[in-house]
Design a protein around this ligand. Sequence first.
Ligand SMILES: CC(C)(COP(=O)(O)OP(=O)(O)OC[C@H]1O[C@@H](n2cnc3c(N)ncnc32)[C@H](O)[C@@H]1OP(=O)(O)O)[C@@H](O)C(=O)NCCC(=O)NCCS
Length: 430
Amino acid sequence: MQQSELDFIHTLRQSSRYIEQHRGKTCVIYLPGELILAIEPFKQLTQDIGLLHHLGLKIVLVMGATPQINASLKAHNKPWQLHQQFRITTTDMIPLFQQTIGMVRSQMEAIFSQVNNQQANPLTLISGNWVIAQPKGVVDGIDFQHTGKLRKINHQAISASLEGKQIVLLTPLAYSLTGEVFNLNTLEQACEVANAIQADKLMIFGNPQQMSNLPKQMSVAELNHQLYKTNHPEQARFLTQISQTNAHVKRVHLLNQTEPDALLQELFTRDGYGTLIFSDRYHQLRPATIEDVGGIIDMITPLEKQGILAKRSRERLELEIQNFIVVERDQHIIGCAALYPISDTTGELACLSVHPDYQGQSLGKELLKAIEQKAIEQALTRLFLLTTHTHHWFIEHGFELKTIAELPEKRQALYNFQRQSKVLIKPLKM
Ligand SMILES: CC(C)(COP(=O)(O)OP(=O)(O)OC[C@H]1O[C@@H](n2cnc3c(N)ncnc32)[C@H](O)[C@@H]1OP(=O)(O)O)[C@@H](O)C(=O)NCCC(=O)NCCS
């Protein structure tokens, strides 16, 4: 057998468990207008979407049409205005919107018919008035007119179409209960629809700026850090929209629209291709409040008894609670960590702990990242900690073993020689 044939067999074997995993799952795919404009790659993507459908995934497509609408408005000499990056849709633009979006939808239907004509059961695309809109309204004194926002989704009708083995297509147009036509932001719509139908996956194609330097995986908490860090306003807007609306979607996958082949790779390979955002809506990472003291004590007392954490009195905890962050799940504290600023440049990480029932789920890593972020926000450039049992974990997370002499002087004086804690230091990257 030739190497290419062996590679094929290997890949098929590798992907078989994902085929099994995804069968029957609901997947919302956001297709920006730019992606639909690139005819040949889009035909390939259409074939891939057809493949997903035949493998048993239930597919909802949400199409954008921004460049097509821009071109149409330009051709008809109709300038437009943006406010907070949203287009203001005037009444006289609506017929052009209907015409342009109708045209894009028809092109998509034609491509679906063409590329899937070899299939025994050809795909059917279906669209309808499932999204009820309302005016976005007057913002900062500016009337958005026919720019709408989503009011309600007839998710039962969408689910019924999916059960009927049809691919659901949503366009930027939606209607109010008074029969008015509204232009909706389609990324927002994709996120909200995915939430409303409790989709298993939301696949979002973004442009290279929106995707620039994103890590391969992020928890929702990490997404919020990324949002804070980014210097690209377009990326910040993109991530903000996603972070606001993914409460019920377990997996959000971000893919680069210049590489539509990534859709299959993301779904059927272990490492994927784009950026995966995973949400665990059962836990929340947040600053601690005085009400959390009892929960923190319950969690750290066994560790203090084992000598893993230094003893802290309730009074001290109450006084220092503003230094703590906690992870809460179902109203229980299941993780905590504290940051003590020691000098203008250096902070101490202390009391990092995760309840034994929840260890190994990256909560420790999330807490550490949040503390690092907090330290950076306070313009600190170095983080240190003292630990008796856990230095390997910290070394794996970028800390280095140092000597007592490298601690800030103030902290050297308080070093407890009986505990013989190891000193670890990490420089912080801005
Ligand atoms: C250290 C601790 C916070 C990690 O929390 P967590 O949520 O389990 O962390 P993560 O899920 O991000 O990491 C888990 C990994 O760390 C490893 N790990 C846990 N404790 C470790 C230790 N003491 N030394 C080395 N590795 C350790 C786990 O084996 C696991 O490895 P794996 O991913 O290869 O399976 C948690 O184990 C804990 O609360 N320990 C007791 C308190 C403590 O020692 N705090 C530090 C003093 S400030």
